[in-house]
Design a protein around this ligand. Structure first.
Ligand code: NCD
Length: 348
């Protein structure tokens, strides 16, 4: 039994196999119509979602399985103070696989350790969102025919944008991929990711645009800001318009995990390079491939643990701040920096 808590839980080879499987599903969906008959997916979302939850549900239904759903934390026992571990343990009694979105960073690890069926994280706070990344990789593969040798611009809220975090980490494993990180200074990519990838940083989308093979736009994540004023100041930092698109390469694709707020003007939608709605469609197929893989995996459950230590994680959004009796655990990164095992925040 395996869970997916991070893009690196899948090797490059396994990620490629998932993309191939998704392409096979796209070409011959009838082959998979009963593949998960009598299996149940619990889609448990403690933060808003349209695409991710519904594409997980549609994926399971198209595999012949069924779906149990929680779409609002307030309607579940989490609102009564139930711990995440207890929720995950209990959900395992009703479902064969669990897709879970949670506002706390590192929640995916806690849920995976407690559950006795595979947990698939569908996003944990501003930290990570590996199934969006699988969707993104399938999209790049379908649109560009390859994952290697691409210059990828990632633009917007790179500090809190979990999709950007997972995408950059995943794509950095492919030969010849480099990144142009386009963000306001206040919203730069966290250094635990930036230090390990080949990238340049800029605040100018206009300057970056002509060099890019892929432009990945992201929304400024209003719900993660501590103060409304900073959000108001930064919210319109980047707006991609039809006239700006004249500076982009003829075969540069525009991606966005959606929802968009203001960062891509609707006039860009008619540009054939606008791939974001095709990208959203790919989400169902790659999630079908992932559900099949995890349900077909008969390996033993492996718990995820770091080194135990006495510290308080300074990230106020970390799961260790709220989960009952969770041991504090850390890891040492490739640069010798100590980090919270759950949320990756530096321990000082
Ligand atoms: C993203 C998310 O939830 O992180 N949406 C999605 O899953 N497609 C992006 C966002 O909310 O900005």
């Amino acid at each position: 039994m395996r869970s997916l808590t991070d893009v690196y839980d899948l090797s490059v080879e396994e990620t490629k196999e998932l993309c191939e499987k998704a392409l096979d599903i796209i070409n011959a969906p009838e082959k998979y119509r009963d593949a998960c008959k009598y299996k149940k997916l619990a889609a448990v979302f403690f933060e808003p979602s349209t695409r991710t939850r519904l594409s997980f549900e549609a994926a399971m239904l198209d595999l012949g399985g069924s779906v149990l759903s929680v779409s609002d934390e307030k309607s579940s026992s989490a609102a009564k103070g139930e711990s995440l571990s207890d929720t995950a343990r209990m959900l395992s009694l009703y479902a064969d696989v669990i897709a879970m979105r949670h506002p706390r960073e590192g929640a995916a690890i806690v849920a995976a350790n407690a559950a006795s069926v595979p947990i698939i994280t569908a996003g944990d706070g501003g930290h990570a969102h590996p199934t969006q990344t699988l969707t993104d990789l399938l999209t790049i593969y379908r649109e560009k025919g390859k994952l290697e040798g691409l210059k990828i611009g990632v633009c917007g809220d790179l500090l809190y944008g979990r999709t950007a975090h997972s995408l950059i980490r995943a794509m950095s494993r492919y030969e010849g991929v480099s990144f142009v990180l386009i963000s306001p200074r206040e919203l730069r990519l966290p250094d635990y990711i930036r230090r390990d990838v080949s990238c340049v940083e800029t605040e100018s989308l206009d300057e970056a645009l002509p060099q890019l093979d892929v432009l990945y736009m992201t929304r400024i994540q209003r719900e993660r800001f501590r103060d409304a004023q900073s959000y108001e100041r930064l919210k319109d930092s980047y707006i991609l318009t039809e006239s700006k698109m004249r500076r982009a390469k003829k075969d540069c694709i525009i991606m966005h995990p959606l929802p968009r707020v203001n960062e891509i003007s609707v006039d860009v939608d008619r540009d054939p390079r606008a791939a974001y709605f095709r990208q959203a469609g790919n989400g169902k197929f790659i999630r079908m491939a992932l559900i099949l893989k995890l349900l077909g995996d008969s390996s033993e459950k492996k718990e995820l643990h770091g080194e135990k230590g006495a510290f308080i994680c300074k990230n106020s959004r970390c799961i260790t701040r709220t989960e009952q009796e969770l041991p504090r655990e850390y890891k040492t990164d490739a640069h010798g920096v100590l980090r919270c095992f759950y949320c990756d925040a530096e321990i000082k």
